[in-house]
Design a protein around this ligand. Structure first.
Ligand SMILES: Nc1ncnc2c1ncn2[C@@H]1O[C@H](COP(=O)(O)OP(=O)(O)OP(=O)(O)O)[C@@H](O)[C@H]1O
Length: 323
């Protein structure tokens, strides 16, 4: 593993309302090495987005970080002021959100959207801004005329490319991509992920890729963190996790990847796994016990290194211990 660019240590994030507290992220440790793609994969509600929003200091107002640190280039981002975080966002760390439609101002032409970001970050003349915006558009595979178009004139894939051009305009050393291809068809999906991968390689940048698709993890990630109920349940380099998945949830995710040989057979999907949680609160899983495929497990242990660079939260099946 290369030296870390970003290290999350023991991150706890909770949501508060008048009556209750819900802990969405419970003691997450996560390392993003320089020049690598780290994937975070997990069920809806497992805490993936909240973890990435914590990095950018963009948590919803009802949420707060209870504990932990996020070291970026050896500085704890959680200690940064809003002003300092504004300087980091878009230049050092950028994010591509899943919903391009909602993220692009429909009243602004693409050229304006991109140059607005450039103005904020670089001292460029108007002419330089335009040529830099056109360079970014070409970089993401869009023609010059898109500069003068409104988002409503673009396809979903083109909108996502514009978002990526905006995100890359500050030449970030870390790009966070939260389900960047969810609403796109498979061909466009791989074009967008290739684009992000090319940026990583050409700039020795790091990528944090949030996804629910282990096929994407297999193809693009160097390391993977599997999240379940606000915790990391398994982590390591991608090759090791594929060779030897241990947690039942990871095994389920891997078995859900479509295989070329399975064309006739209906593929097992992650949603086939039953998560009937004891004490299920909203979309969150109670920490005490959980069930996978109708088996109830005891509270899992801390992460244990079961082989070099392979960490698992071990668990005990309740029936197996005579309960
Ligand atoms: N705005 C909110 N208000 C209250 N609780 C929230 C809010 N957003 C998230 N949560 C809580 O945080 C948990 C983690 O949410 P998060 O968005 O990180 O999940 P996720 O893994 O990214 O899911 P998805 O794949 O659907 O985006 C949720 O289960 C929920 O309990």
């Amino acid at each position: 593993m290369s030296a870390p660019l970003l290290e999350i240590k023991d991150l706890h994030v909770s949501f508060y309302d008048k009556k209750s507290k819900i802990t969405a992220v419970q003691g997450v440790d996560l390392t993003i090495p320089n020049g690598e793609t780290v994937a975070v994969i997990g069920e809806s509600g497992s805490g993936k987005s909240i973890t990435s929003l914590s990095i950018l200091g963009l948590l919803p107002l009802s949420a707060s970080v209870d504990n932990g640190s996020i070291l970026f280039k050896d500085h704890n981002l959680l200690k940064f002021s809003n002003k300092e975080m504004q300087q980091i966002r878009g230049s050092e760390i950028s994010m591509v959100f899943q919903d391009a439609q909602a993220s692009l101002n429909p009243a602004m032409k693409v050229g304006v959207l991109i140059t607005e970001g450039l103005k904020a970050r670089k001292k460029l003349t108007k002419h330089e801004q335009r040529s830099e915006a056109l360079r970014l558009l070409r970089m993401v595979g869009l023609k010059n005329h898109v500069y003068d178009q409104f988002p409503s004139q673009l396809s979903g894939g083109m909108k996502q490319r514009v978002l990526i051009a905006m995100a890359l305009s500050g030449e970030p050393s870390l790009l966070i991509a939260d389900e960047p291809t969810t609403s796109l068809d498979v061909t466009v999906q791989s074009q967008i992920l290739d684009l992000i991968n090319d940026y990583k390689i050409e700039n020795d940048a790091s990528i944090l890729l949030i996804t629910h698709d282990f096929g994407v993890v297999a193809e693009y990630a160097d390391r993977v963190y599997v999240m379940f109920g606000g915790k990391v349940v398994e982590a390591g380099d991608v090759y090791t996790l594929f060779r030897n998945p241990i947690h039942p949830y990871t095994k389920g995710l891997i078995s859900s990847i479509p295989k070329i040989s399975d064309t006739e057979e209906r593929l097992k999907s992650v949603s086939d796994f039953v998560f009937e949680e004891v004490g299920y609160v909203g979309r969150r899983f109670a920490p005490e016990t959980y069930s996978i495929e109708n088996k109830v497990y005891d509270a899992p242990s801390e992460l244990v290194e079961v082989e070099p660079d392979h960490y698992v939260r071990l668990f005990v099946e309740k029936e197996a211990v005579g309960r």
